[in-house]
Design a protein around this ligand. Structure first.
Ligand SMILES: NC(=O)c1ccc[n+]([C@@H]2O[C@H](COP(=O)([O-])OP(=O)(O)OC[C@H]3O[C@@H](n4cnc5c(N)ncnc54)[C@H](O)[C@@H]3O)[C@@H](O)[C@H]2O)c1
Ligand SMILES: [Zn+2]
Length: 376
């Protein structure tokens, strides 16, 4: 097993370690102790992550002297709502949690956002630790301190910024992740390269095949070590970029908007298709392809970048377009999105590769042409 890698989310005085390695679930207890946490804690998992990982995490916490309890929730986006939030408050009270107690979020972004929001609001805020188990949660949702829940009227309408005490990323968890979920997370990985680091994008391009089959290789003893190193390098670079962007703009006033690259069209696709038809990362993949083509058309990127994103998306089995979504409904959904300002669509574009620009406007006539161009 390679030594864990550590990055710091620099938000003085609320800086926190992001540890990345294989076998870290067994170290959750010692890490919580190092962070000065004590007493009771509630481990929140879902019906998929609890049977896979909860026993290891609970034992680790017990060994380190904590009194953990487990709350298991149904899996899926529907869980991230008010009814489950109330269930979490009930569980926190039933287990006698006080202001010194803490929450451990053990799962994907759904568990992380919901458990994080419960921690942000219970007794006006208690500590929490993120133990992300999907690739999307490892590279995106667990870092940055955004927590929240959905309302019947829309996604993420209630939330709070609440930074974790630590983020513990056990790469071995990816060995059980369904391939479709893994690939959806890879869309966000590509995003970091496109917006911030052209060298990382070149690396991904070179390592495409190994990245694609990494979850299977984790379960192959001959390839496990080298695959852990590959995943560690990949996840660490994403966390570094996210932590740096958030460190410079915690509450989404400016720079943080670059993280929405590919998300304008991505959200349009998710909304118009109905949630669950496309996974978030799949919709973002199509949105990034749209945005790269828009940048090429604007003269910001050479045509070769359009070919590169197609190669990356194809190589990682991500969609290139969104069959079944018609332009009018995607366009309507984009206008309704909370990120539009005064009805005018703003895009994040890149140019040159690895360098994002926010607040870009595109001629209306281009939008439909670019959309139809995706399906060719
Ligand atoms: N807070 C943020 O900054 C932020 C950023 C991006 C996304 N999000 C949120 O994240 C959520 C999506 O997160 P997600 O994609 O992780 O989805 P998810 O939490 O629903 O997890 C996807 C599926 O994988 C299962 N699973 C998780 N880990 C597993 C493992 N190791 N092995 C087997 N199965 C496993 C889960 O039970 C679930 O069925 C959305 O609600 C989105 O709004 C938040
Ligand atoms: Zn996203």
């Amino acid at each position: 097993m390679s030594a864990p890698c550590e990055i710091w989310g620099e938000l003085d005085p609320r800086s926190y370690p992001i540890r990345i390695g294989a076998g870290l679930l067994e170290l959750v207890g010692t890490c919580c102790a190092e962070r000065g946490l004590c007493g009771r804690c509630l481990v929140v998992a879902d019906e998929n992550t609890a049977p896979l990982f909860a026993a290891t995490v609970l034992h680790s916490l017990e060994r380190a002297g904590f009194s953990p309890a487990l709350k298991t929730l149904p899996a899926g986006e529907e869980t991230k709502g008010l009814a489950t939030l109330v269930e979490l408050y009930d569980a926190l009270l039933a287990h006698g949690m006080d202001r010194k107690s803490f929450v451990v979020a053990l799962g994907g972004g759904v568990v992380g956002d919901l458990a994080g929001y419960a921690a942000a609001t219970f007794l006006r805020g208690i500590s929490f630790v993120q133990v992300p188990t999907t690739l999307l949660a490892m590279v995106d949702s667990s870092v940055g301190g955004k927590t929240g829940i959905n309302l019947p009227q829309g996604k993420n309408l209630v939330g709070a910024f609440h930074q974790p005490q630590a983020v513990l990323i056990d790469l071995a968890a990816l060995g059980s992740l369904p391939p479709r979920e893994y690939r959806a997370g890879l869309a966000e990985v590509i995003k970091y390269g496109l917006i911030c680091d052209a060298g990382f994008l070149d690396w991904l391009d070179r390592e495409l095949e190994r990245v694609d089959r990494a979850p299977q290789d984790l379960n192959d003893s001959a390839r496990r070590d080298s695959t852990q190193q590959l995943l560690s390098a990949m996840v660490a670079r994403c966390c570094e970029i996210k932590a740096e962007v958030v460190g410079r703009d915690e509450c989404e006033g400016g720079l943080r908007a670059i993280l929405n690259f590919g998300h304008t069209v991505g959200h349009g696709i998710e909304n118009s298709a109905g949630y669950g038809v496309y996974l978030h990362g799949e919709a973002v993949a199509v949105g990034m392809r749209f945005a790269v083509r828009a940048a090429v058309r604007s003269g910001l990127l050479p045509e070769s970048e359009s070919e590169r994103i197609d190669r990356l998306l194809r190589g990682l089995h991500l969609p290139l377009h969104a069959p079944g979504c018609d332009w009018d409904s995607v366009r309507r959904a984009m206008t309704a999105d909370k990120k539009t300002v005064g009805g005018m669509l703003k895009f994040v574009l890149i140019g040159p590769a690895g360098c994002a620009r926010t607040g870009c406007e595109l001629p209306e006539a281009w939008l439909e042409e670019l959309w139809h161009g995706l399906g060719e």
